[in-house]
Design a binder for this molecule. Structure first.
Ligand code: TRP
Length: 455
């Protein structure tokens, strides 16, 4: 390999915190708890865990294999591994485009998180009144200036980290932020568990009632697992390209999946007991974090401190995820368009800020402007999660399963013979990559765009 000059992760721990940092984000803290709430609790979690193990691990391994084999950004990787076939390049193009579009609305939510963090200490913000909190959320997110400023601040934090590079930026910050995140969420979980009436929430989370599980909730679990593990848009390809040859890709994947899933469950433990203790419906939906939680904090002693801790957690988790998306874009600019990292970051920052601004304004000033009946924010959100990610993921597993040489896959999984070759394990991984994952993703995709209605 001619990559001695290429930036990369400096340590095993560095790889783990960076990849886990990418996976653990708004998906775990905001989306997972409300999906669990909507889909009946423990049974949903049970199915979710099965999906992570049997479907997501093959996809994650495929991304790692492409990344480390090629030692390149998402587009460069495909160019290297399939030099003459232009069709496969669509994997890379979808990846970079999806990273770009997700970042636009993710940064808007990141900005809200910043605002709520600061707001935690302002008098009158934490009130025990659902409609007041809901009005505040509505009027804040639809106002033109403040959310835009917060979004740009949030994006600037991302740019600062990413412009410092992989080892001295992403890895360095993830090493501090991720352990801090685990400590914060554990504090919050303990606080929640010690509330009077918490046991009902625990029961909801861990005592499965399988009759509550509908075919739709099965699909919701699949989509959530996909989003939460950062799969389908070249994030893991890009991070994988920074992983040293001596690292064990299967271990990294398993540890990441385990960390992400335990974090999601911890988030559930931090939120659900409080929800039940204060008599709020667990199926409140997407407003759970920004409307319901402040109401809960308002009823707690030291509520503003707890609120501050929670939104700090949300900010940190979102940040280590969005830097992984920004890195997908920046790595492409640096390696394919031969820009310096600083210039690449500044350009990406500026373009994303403009589109992010449109997303932010589309919730207020520009809400009349719609694409296919959706405002810009919802359009970006819908198109990336429901169309681009599944197509990207599908192409990735098909590429590894049907296009790459078996011997190359084996080489990456067992480090060219440095790891003991386990034939059975290899066989099942190939089955997962070649058949199981592609079929499952196809079903989710077709269902998502309404071409088939499953069950
Ligand atoms: N996984 C992150 C979360 O849970 C979001 C994220 C980062 C993501 N990179 C991604 C989602 C790539 C899909 C694809 O918030």
């Amino acid at each position: 390999m001619t990559n001695s000059k290429r930036d990369g992760f400096g340590s095993r721990f560095g790889v783990l915190v960076a990849v886990a940092g990418s996976a653990i984000g708004l998906g775990n803290l905001w989306r997972f708890p409300y999906l669990v709430g909507n889909n009946g609790g423990a049974a949903f979690i049970f199915v979710y865990v099965l999906i992570v193990i049997f479907l997501c691990l093959p996809i994650m391994l495929s991304e790692f294999i492409i990344g480390r084999r090629s030692q390149a950004n998402a587009i460069g990787a495909i160019k290297k591994l399939a030099p003459k076939s232009h069709g496969w390049l669509s994997i890379g193009i979808i990846s970079v485009a999806a990273a770009f579009f997700i970042l636009c609305f993710y940064s808007v939510v990141g900005g809200w998180t910043l605002e709520y963090m600061v707001k935690s200490f302002s008098p009158g913000f934490l009130v025990n009144d659902n409609s007041m909190l809901s009005t505040f959320f509505q009027s804040f997110t639809s106002s033109p200036v403040l959310p835009a400023i917060m979004m740009i601040l949030y994006l600037a934090l991302n740019a600062l980290i990413v412009s410092s590079g992989v080892k001295n930026g992403i890895e360095k910050y993830s090493k501090i932020l991720m352990p801090g995140l685990f400590i914060l969420i554990i504090i919050l979980a303990i606080r929640s568990l010690t509330l009077p009436g918490a046991s009902e929430g625990i029961n909801f989370l861990f005592n499965p009632d399988f009759s509550k599980l509908s075919p739709e909730s099965l699909l919701a679990a699949l989509g959530q697992a996909f989003f939460s593990l950062s799969l389908g848009m070249g994030c893991i390809i890009t991070y994988g390209s920074y992983v040293e040859k001596k690292e064990n890709l299967m271990n990294i994947s398993i540890i990441t999946a385990a960390a992400d899933t335990s974090f999601a469950i911890l988030a559930g433990v931090a939120i659900m007991p409080a929800v039940f203790a204060f008599g709020i419906s667990p199926g409140e939906g997407p407003g759970l974090v920004f409307i319901t939680l402040p109401q809960i904090f308002a009823q707690m002693p030291f509520g503003n401190i707890i609120s501050f801790i929670f939104f700090t957690i949300l900010l940190v988790a979102a940040l280590t995820s969005s830097i992984s998306m920004l890195e997908v874009v920046v790595a492409y600019f640096v390696e394919e368009l031969k820009m310096s990292r600083k210039v690449a970051t500044i350009i990406s920052f500026s373009v994303i800020a403009v589109f992010g601004l449109l997303c932010s304004l589309s919730l207020g000033t520009l809400k009349e402007f719609t694409i296919f009946g959706k405002n810009i924010f919802d359009f970006f959100d819908y198109t990336t999660s429901n169309i681009m990610l599944p197509i990207g993921g599908l192409l990735i597993v098909i590429f590894v399963g049907w296009k790459m040489r078996k011997s190359d896959i084996q080489d990456e999984l067992f480090n060219g013979g440095a790891l003991h070759f386990r034939r059975r394990l290899f066989f099942w991984i190939i089955v997962g990559i070649k058949f199981l994952a592609p079929i499952a993703i196809t079903l989710v995709l077709l269902n998502g765009i309404g071409l088939i209605k499953l069950f």
